[in-house]
Design a binder for this molecule. Structure first.
Ligand code: SAH
Length: 358
């Protein structure tokens, strides 16, 4: 038994395991620095020596060697012979121009303002406030991005890269063949809607987001070959959401906001929608009881990320049901995907709310 055998095998395994968890932030930074230096792109063609990599990236040779060695230990690079590095299978996805690259997602998820926000987790847990309001004096992270074009670019690219994985999972999990027009509310640069439109040539779509986000959506939409079926609309979802769709998608939107703000968005959806139309929320829905798993780790850490970054939260099915019901939607099903995200399907109910959304 662990307690009666201090220093015994399982006691040691647990203490070492705990310390490994406590120091996992180091790996985040190692991956971030590799992405910033473009190491995976430099190794795309052929293995390179640490001296060559250092010369191209302007890094300090022995220190870069230590970073590369760490990435070898985590199976992201291989050291094919002493001092010569190549991409391991996972490292391939760190290349910026790989079609399924996650490089921009790494650059966003470990970006400087995310890093600083997580440093305020204690403050957030003690006060219930987001770190962004504490550190940057803004109501929410989107206000901050709107004020900082360089971060806005990192965010848009990061969400597009991150969204690629989830978009493929949504297409695999849900049948859009009976839909006609999709409206992607807060759709970023259009990764999700472009992926669905490409899979269903009969569909039309509306990509709706803030102006400073959708104004750079053209290239992604063009390269997906769906520009002729996709209308891009800029606006504020707290004011008005475009009408005319039969399926409304909100991926990673409701989790950014508290209940009152979420309700305002959902009521605006209801107002834009008609009977027999469908609302699909794509969120990391929390199970009502947490047991340890890779999925619940992703979901609960995403929930803390919402606390730190936006003041929003991840929610359980029951919490979504209550929220949807208050906005005159019936939660009709929850459809899992191969990622930690689920599709939460709501149906428009008659007798929409009469009062104003905000
Ligand atoms: N659905 C995308 C992006 C999620 S990030 C994805 O899952 O990848 C949240 C999105 O909400 C951002 O693109 C942000 O610009 C958008 N957003 C935030 N406030 C908004 C508002 N008031 N009106 C419209 N979109 C908004």
């Amino acid at each position: 038994m662990t307690q009666s055998n201090p220093g015994g095998e399982s006691d040691l395994v647990m203490r070492v395991g705990l310390l490994n968890l406590a120091t996992s932030f180091r790996l985040s930074q190692a991956l971030y620095v590799a992405a910033r230096l473009g190491i995976a792109d430099l190794l795309a063609g052929q293995p390179q020596s640490v001296e060559e990599l250092a010369a191209t990236t302007g890094a300090h040779v022995p220190s870069l060697a230590r970073l590369l060695r760490t990435l070898v230990a985590f199976d992201i690079l291989h050291e094919t012979e002493p001092g010569l590095f190549a991409l391991a299978p996972m490292g391939v996805y760190l290349q910026a121009d790989h079609p399924r690259s996650v490089c921009d997602a790494v650059l966003l998820l470990v970006s400087e303002d995310v890093w600083r926000s997580w440093g305020e987790l204690l403050w957030c847990v003690q006060t219930g406030e987001s770190a962004m309001s504490h550190l940057c004096g803004v109501q929410n992270v989107f206000e901050y991005y709107a004020q900082h074009p360089e971060l806005n670019a990192v965010m848009n690219a990061g969400f597009a890269a991150n969204g690629r994985v989830r978009a493929d999972a949504v297409v695999a999990a849900y049948d859009f063949s009976t839909s006609g027009t999709l409206v992607d509310v807060g759709g970023g640069r259009g990764q999700l809607i472009a992926t669905i439109l490409r899979a269903y040539p009969h569909l039309r779509g509306v990509l709706f987001d803030q102006l400073h986000v959708v104004e750079s959506a053209g290239q992604l939409v063009e390269s997906a070959g769906v520009a002729d079926r996709l209308q891009i609309v800029a606006g504020d979802m707290f004011t008005e959401i475009p009408a005319g769709g039969d399926t409304y998608l909100l991926m990673n939107i409701i989790h950014d906001w508290d209940d009152a703000q979420s309700l305002a968005i959902l009521k605006n959806c209801h107002r834009a929608m008609r009977p027999k139309t469908t609302l699909l929320l794509i969120e990391q829905m929390l199970p009502s009881a947490i047991t340890p798993s890779v999925t619940t780790q992703s979901q609960t850490l995403a929930d803390l990320n919402m606390l730190v970054r936006t003041g929003g939260q991840e929610r359980t099915e029951e919490e979504f049901r209550v929220l949807l019901s208050a906005a005159e939607f019936d939660l009709v099903s929850v459809i899992p995907t191969q990622t930690a995200h689920s599709l939460i399907k709501g149906e428009w109910r008659e007798d929409g709310p009469a009062e104003s959304a905000r």
